[in-house]
Design a protein around this ligand. Structure first.
Ligand code: ZN
Ligand code: ZN
Length: 183
Protein backbone atom coordinates (compact mmCIF):
# COMPACT_ATOMS: atom_id res chain seq x y z
CA UNK A 1 0.00 0.00 0.00
CA UNK A 2 1.38 3.44 -0.90
CA UNK A 3 2.00 6.14 1.70
CA UNK A 4 -0.51 8.46 0.07
CA UNK A 5 -3.22 5.79 0.21
CA UNK A 6 -2.49 5.16 3.90
CA UNK A 7 -2.79 8.92 4.54
CA UNK A 8 -6.08 9.06 2.62
CA UNK A 9 -7.56 6.19 4.61
CA UNK A 10 -6.38 7.74 7.89
CA UNK A 11 -8.02 11.02 6.95
CA UNK A 12 -11.23 9.28 5.85
CA UNK A 13 -11.50 7.40 9.16
CA UNK A 14 -10.23 10.11 11.50
CA UNK A 15 -13.59 10.52 13.27
CA UNK A 16 -14.17 6.80 13.60
CA UNK A 17 -11.93 6.04 16.58
CA UNK A 18 -11.15 7.09 20.14
CA UNK A 19 -8.35 4.75 21.26
CA UNK A 20 -5.65 2.49 19.86
CA UNK A 21 -7.92 -0.49 19.33
CA UNK A 22 -10.72 1.43 17.64
CA UNK A 23 -8.13 3.19 15.49
CA UNK A 24 -6.90 -0.12 14.14
CA UNK A 25 -10.49 -1.23 13.54
CA UNK A 26 -11.33 2.01 11.73
CA UNK A 27 -8.25 1.75 9.53
CA UNK A 28 -8.91 -1.88 8.52
CA UNK A 29 -12.53 -1.05 7.76
CA UNK A 30 -11.45 2.03 5.77
CA UNK A 31 -9.06 -0.08 3.72
CA UNK A 32 -11.86 -2.48 2.87
CA UNK A 33 -14.38 0.29 2.09
CA UNK A 34 -11.87 1.96 -0.25
CA UNK A 35 -11.73 -1.28 -2.26
CA UNK A 36 -15.51 -1.39 -2.27
CA UNK A 37 -15.63 2.20 -3.58
CA UNK A 38 -13.20 1.28 -6.38
CA UNK A 39 -15.67 -1.42 -7.26
CA UNK A 40 -18.56 1.10 -7.24
CA UNK A 41 -16.54 3.32 -9.57
CA UNK A 42 -16.51 0.59 -12.18
CA UNK A 43 -20.21 -0.19 -12.08
CA UNK A 44 -22.38 0.72 -15.01
CA UNK A 45 -24.41 3.36 -13.12
CA UNK A 46 -24.63 7.17 -13.27
CA UNK A 47 -22.05 9.40 -11.60
CA UNK A 48 -24.78 10.78 -9.38
CA UNK A 49 -25.71 7.30 -8.13
CA UNK A 50 -22.05 6.50 -7.53
CA UNK A 51 -21.69 9.64 -5.41
CA UNK A 52 -24.80 8.72 -3.44
CA UNK A 53 -23.44 5.23 -2.76
CA UNK A 54 -20.13 6.69 -1.60
CA UNK A 55 -21.87 9.07 0.81
CA UNK A 56 -23.73 6.09 2.21
CA UNK A 57 -20.52 4.06 2.48
CA UNK A 58 -19.07 6.75 4.73
CA UNK A 59 -22.16 6.64 6.94
CA UNK A 60 -22.10 2.84 7.11
CA UNK A 61 -18.46 2.98 8.22
CA UNK A 62 -19.09 5.59 10.86
CA UNK A 63 -22.16 3.76 12.24
CA UNK A 64 -20.26 0.47 12.37
CA UNK A 65 -17.36 2.19 14.16
CA UNK A 66 -19.68 3.75 16.71
CA UNK A 67 -22.40 1.14 17.21
CA UNK A 68 -20.97 -2.07 15.76
CA UNK A 69 -19.41 -3.52 18.94
CA UNK A 70 -17.03 -5.74 17.01
CA UNK A 71 -13.46 -6.30 18.21
CA UNK A 72 -11.65 -7.11 14.99
CA UNK A 73 -12.58 -5.97 11.55
CA UNK A 74 -13.72 -8.51 9.00
CA UNK A 75 -15.89 -7.83 5.93
CA UNK A 76 -18.32 -10.28 7.54
CA UNK A 77 -19.18 -7.56 10.08
CA UNK A 78 -20.81 -5.62 7.23
CA UNK A 79 -22.52 -8.56 5.57
CA UNK A 80 -26.26 -9.19 5.50
CA UNK A 81 -29.38 -7.06 5.82
CA UNK A 82 -29.17 -3.23 5.92
CA UNK A 83 -28.06 -2.23 9.39
CA UNK A 84 -28.21 0.92 11.58
CA UNK A 85 -31.49 2.01 10.00
CA UNK A 86 -32.63 3.62 13.22
CA UNK A 87 -29.43 5.69 13.42
CA UNK A 88 -29.71 6.64 9.75
CA UNK A 89 -33.30 7.84 10.08
CA UNK A 90 -32.60 9.74 13.27
CA UNK A 91 -29.25 11.30 12.37
CA UNK A 92 -29.25 11.61 8.59
CA UNK A 93 -32.62 11.55 6.90
CA UNK A 94 -36.04 10.04 7.24
CA UNK A 95 -37.17 10.61 3.67
CA UNK A 96 -38.22 7.59 1.65
CA UNK A 97 -35.72 8.38 -1.07
CA UNK A 98 -32.74 8.64 1.29
CA UNK A 99 -33.65 5.47 3.19
CA UNK A 100 -34.12 3.58 -0.09
CA UNK A 101 -30.72 4.71 -1.33
CA UNK A 102 -29.06 3.83 1.99
CA UNK A 103 -30.56 0.32 1.83
CA UNK A 104 -29.46 -0.16 -1.76
CA UNK A 105 -25.85 0.64 -0.81
CA UNK A 106 -26.04 -2.05 1.90
CA UNK A 107 -27.33 -4.51 -0.69
CA UNK A 108 -24.45 -3.72 -3.04
CA UNK A 109 -22.03 -4.10 -0.14
CA UNK A 110 -23.52 -7.46 0.85
CA UNK A 111 -23.27 -8.73 -2.71
CA UNK A 112 -19.69 -7.50 -2.98
CA UNK A 113 -18.70 -9.22 0.27
CA UNK A 114 -20.42 -12.48 -0.63
CA UNK A 115 -18.75 -12.78 -4.01
CA UNK A 116 -15.60 -10.66 -4.04
CA UNK A 117 -14.18 -10.13 -0.57
CA UNK A 118 -12.43 -13.51 -0.41
CA UNK A 119 -12.15 -13.93 -4.16
CA UNK A 120 -14.79 -16.65 -4.05
CA UNK A 121 -16.35 -16.06 -7.44
CA UNK A 122 -14.99 -17.71 -10.56
CA UNK A 123 -15.63 -17.74 -14.28
CA UNK A 124 -18.16 -20.45 -15.06
CA UNK A 125 -16.62 -20.88 -18.48
CA UNK A 126 -12.87 -21.29 -17.89
CA UNK A 127 -12.94 -21.70 -14.11
CA UNK A 128 -10.43 -18.92 -13.36
CA UNK A 129 -10.68 -16.53 -10.41
CA UNK A 130 -9.35 -12.96 -10.38
CA UNK A 131 -5.56 -13.02 -10.52
CA UNK A 132 -5.44 -16.50 -12.04
CA UNK A 133 -4.49 -17.32 -15.63
CA UNK A 134 -7.43 -18.17 -17.86
CA UNK A 135 -6.94 -21.44 -19.72
CA UNK A 136 -8.83 -19.97 -22.60
CA UNK A 137 -6.39 -17.16 -23.48
CA UNK A 138 -3.50 -17.84 -21.06
CA UNK A 139 -3.87 -14.25 -19.87
CA UNK A 140 -4.43 -13.07 -16.31
CA UNK A 141 -8.04 -12.56 -15.25
CA UNK A 142 -8.71 -9.09 -13.81
CA UNK A 143 -12.50 -8.99 -13.58
CA UNK A 144 -15.57 -11.19 -13.40
CA UNK A 145 -18.91 -10.29 -14.99
CA UNK A 146 -22.43 -11.62 -14.71
CA UNK A 147 -24.61 -12.34 -17.72
CA UNK A 148 -28.18 -12.06 -16.51
CA UNK A 149 -29.49 -13.74 -19.67
CA UNK A 150 -27.22 -16.82 -19.54
CA UNK A 151 -27.19 -16.80 -15.70
CA UNK A 152 -23.46 -17.37 -15.99
CA UNK A 153 -20.33 -15.62 -14.74
CA UNK A 154 -17.68 -14.80 -17.28
CA UNK A 155 -14.17 -13.48 -16.71
CA UNK A 156 -12.74 -10.65 -18.81
CA UNK A 157 -10.98 -13.27 -20.95
CA UNK A 158 -14.20 -15.16 -21.72
CA UNK A 159 -16.16 -12.04 -22.72
CA UNK A 160 -15.27 -8.97 -24.75
CA UNK A 161 -15.05 -5.21 -24.35
CA UNK A 162 -16.69 -2.94 -26.87
CA UNK A 163 -18.13 0.57 -27.17
CA UNK A 164 -21.76 1.45 -27.15
CA UNK A 165 -22.90 5.09 -27.34
CA UNK A 166 -19.31 6.09 -26.56
CA UNK A 167 -19.28 4.08 -23.34
CA UNK A 168 -17.10 1.07 -22.70
CA UNK A 169 -19.19 -2.03 -22.08
CA UNK A 170 -18.44 -5.71 -21.63
CA UNK A 171 -20.46 -8.19 -23.65
CA UNK A 172 -21.29 -11.87 -23.44
CA UNK A 173 -19.70 -13.95 -26.21
CA UNK A 174 -22.60 -16.34 -26.19
CA UNK A 175 -25.66 -14.05 -26.24
CA UNK A 176 -24.20 -10.57 -26.94
CA UNK A 177 -25.92 -9.17 -23.86
CA UNK A 178 -24.17 -6.39 -21.90
CA UNK A 179 -22.80 -8.03 -18.78
CA UNK A 180 -22.35 -6.38 -15.40
CA UNK A 181 -19.14 -6.36 -13.43
CA UNK A 182 -19.38 -8.41 -10.24
CA UNK A 183 -15.78 -8.20 -8.99
ZN1 ZN B 1 -13.11 -17.35 -18.12
ZN1 ZN C 1 -24.99 -14.35 -22.13
Amino acid sequence: MTKSLIKKIEKYTENWHWDKKSKKYAFEMGKFLFRFMDYIDELNISEKTKRKHKDNVYLIGSFEAEYGYNDNFSPKNLEGEPNFLYEFKRKVSNTKYAVQSYKSTWKKLDRYIKSCADNKIQCNYCGARIGEISERTEEKVTAIYDCKKCVYNYCDQCSYETKEENKKVQKCLRCENIIEKVC
